[in-house]
Design a protein around this ligand. Structure first.
Ligand code: NAD
Length: 380
């Protein structure tokens, strides 16, 4: 018999839906020691949060996140709100002894992130950050191939995350749905939002980063703020490109923008090793491209691995359909919940923990600082 884990989720936007879907699905597809119970959801509008609770199966609602944290019947707090609220909620949840699942980026900056790490470590509460791309089966397979030494020594790591939704100069900043354009709510622009994903995947696959050299640009300098109605200076980076050295001696190149016309969520990475290379593309997330120089010459070439084998070779796939049938974006969240609950059952931490995610936060800080100074910045 699996034990209940009572979830209290704060925020019901994009991630609120992705997480709720994962909590609802996970026990149907994974045998786990714990099963999530959708105990309460919190957001500021009483009517809207009630409608959300009914739609997704939450037992109750709150309109003040502090009340949700105070509740004795909540075991785990899931933070799905804009970045400027992560720290305050996490500190309160840790003090109340709750398990914490926090959306990425961990915090507005590394100083806040460090405070959050200390709080969860002092309170000894289990914690995880939703860098969900690690758990796309093709990305998990890339990790296994690298760890098994298939690529040999790694020379290059290249990643892009490209979008085009902020090109219009008429787009306001701030407030509902547009908080990502407001530095006070988001902390930074594409660096904390999109590059943070690329960095988390990169350090998971290829190890730590030693130093960075970055440039950022804010193409639209002023926008009307939705909350104040005034034209205000834009404080976020619209685009960011950086190069870096990894601890293993390989070179990294990262680019992210919201001004790449035609691209909606083009997250790609390519890794070039001594023996083999791999490529992955979020738009085709169930495939991993692989080239192995050691293949017989007349057959050598890029192969496109359809990561859908349920026989145990492809991570997570034996929990889903028959071989050949693919899964999608939402399943990365289901996998994260499954792994998290497995760890909870065993009493073992599951990454990325707050401490793991702090590493990404430090790199984001270094990237922004390098762009500001116009020089290389070393990681501590
Ligand atoms: N893992 C990923 O791939 C991924 C993708 C998107 C967003 N995120 C992260 O998830 C978090 C939320 O992003 P989103 O896209 O879901 O945003 P969103 O704008 O869709 O939703 C934010 C939610 O927070 C609620 N909220 C705001 N202030 C609140 C308060 N004081 N009390 C209670 N609720 C409040 C809003 O009502 C809304 O429901 C951010 O940290 C973001 O970076 C992660």
């Amino acid at each position: 018999m699996s034990k209940p884990l009572n979830i209290g989720m704060i925020g019901y936007g994009f991630m609120g839906r992705a997480h709720s879907n994962a909590y609802n699905r996970v026990s149907n597809f994974f045998e786990l020691d714990y099963h999530p119970v959708l105990k309460a959801v919190c957001a500021r509008s009483a009517d809207q949060v009630k409608a959300f609770a009914e739609k997704w199966g939450y037992e109750s609602t709150e309109t003040d996140w502090r009340k949700l944290i105070e509740r004795k019947d909540i075991d785990a707090v899931d933070i799905c709100v804009p970045n400027n609220l992560h720290k305050e909620i996490a500190l309160a949840a840790a003090a109340a002894g709750k398990i914490i699942l926090c959306e990425k980026p961990l915090a507005m900056n590394a100083a806040e992130g460090e405070e959050m790490c200390q709080a969860v470590e002092k309170a000894k509460v289990t914690n995880i950050v939703w860098y969900n791309y690690r758990r796309v089966p093709a990305v998990s397979l890339a990790k296994k191939l690298i760890d098994d030494g298939k690529l040999g020594r790694i020379f290059h790591y290249r990643a892009n995350f490209l979008q085009d939704w902020t090109i219009s100069t008429d787009l306001p900043q701030g407030g509902t749905a547009l908080w990502r354009l407001d530095a006070a709510a988001a902390g930074s622009g594409v660096t904390g939002d999109l590059l943070a994903h690329c960095i988390d995947t990169a350090i998971w696959l290829n190890g730590g980063i030693k130093d960075v050299n970055a440039m950022t640009e804010t193409f639209v300098k002023e926008r009307t703020h939705q909350l104040t109605g005034k034209v205000e200076k834009v404080g976020i980076d619209d685009a960011c490109t950086f190069m870096c050295h990894f601890d293993n001696g390989s070179l990294g190149l990262f680019e992210s923008t919201r001004y790449a016309r035609g691209h909606k969520a083009l997250y790609t990475f390519e890794i070039n090793g001594e023996h083999a290379s791999i490529k992955w593309d979020l738009h085709d997330l169930h495939r991993l491209e692989y080239f192995d120089h050691r293949d017989e010459g007349r057959l050598r070439g890029w192969r496109s691995i359809h990561v859908t084998d349920a026989g145990g070779d492809h991570p997570y796939m034996d929990h889903w359909w028959v071989p050949g049938l693919q899964i999608g974006y939402e399943h990365s969240f289901v996998h994260q919940v499954a792994d998290f609950l497995t760890g909870l059952g065993k009493g073992e931490p599951v990454g990325p923990t707050f401490r793991d995610a702090l590493e990404t936060q430090k790199i984001c800080d270094a990237v922004l600082s390098s762009a500001q100074k116009g020089s290389w910045v070393k990681l501590g």
